[in-house]
Design a protein around this ligand. Sequence first.
Ligand code: 48H
Length: 256
Amino acid sequence: MEPLESKITKTIVEHTLKEWTELSQVDVVIVGAGPSGLTAAKYLADEGLKTVVFERRLSFGGGIGGGGMLFHKIVVEEQSLSILDDFNVNYKKADDLYVVDAAELMAKLASKAIDSGAKIIHGITVDDVIYREDPLRIRGVAIQWTAVIMSGLHVDPLFVYSKAVVDATGHDAEILSVAARKIPELNLALYGEKSAHAELGEKHVIEKTGKVVEGLYVAGMAVATLHSTPRMGPIFGGMLISGKKLAEIISKDLKK
Ligand code: 48H
């Protein structure tokens, strides 16, 4: 009889490898499992698009978990309530704002994205993109175990080929940064986010969400870093609306 220990190993390796084989080519790669990335993932998966989210950490939610200065609540404005409803997230009216529990938001964004069919993989850092010329476009990402990056070992990455890549990495806009630095033909410049102006910050992050260059899209706080728009603090409606808006844009682009 096969010992339990060997069964554990075989089962995990076999099932993981089967999924990784399927993930070598997808419709959409989302980098970052923060609010914008998870929201985009759910709505893209709802459209039947094969969507994978790579998250560097071993957790979901990005900046949600920190609430506002570690107070475990965040706020949203009325315009994002329909998204909270789609994710079954509870909220309480407080004047003209709505208060949401940070842990509930993180858990439910992830849970609904997974239920819709998006695959979320933790412990993976995206550290480069794939590109093609004639016409110039982004065609996927290079991925590495976060643990390998932390170890400082020289290990070559693997690749995931895709029709669209989403930078949902937050303040650092890491994917846009690497593309701007390593593919100068893209003429991509990041101007850095502006100081706090919550109202304008929310407005601009939503307005400027979208395609950056062919195959490369931006959502969430990375939009502010790209376009030099203001930060807004722990009001998260803009992040959710940005994620949903981007899913609509990509779905349209991929169905052309
Ligand atoms: C894999 C990566 C990589 C990488 C980063 O920061 P996030 O929460 O991002 P958004 O844009 O969805 O939400 C921003 C919001 O949390 C915020 O910071 C706000 C509203 N700030 C306002 C203010 O005034 O400060 O999530 C990004 C996620 C994180 O989980 C990272 O670990 C992950 O992306 N990530 N994953 N490969 N190269 N870079």
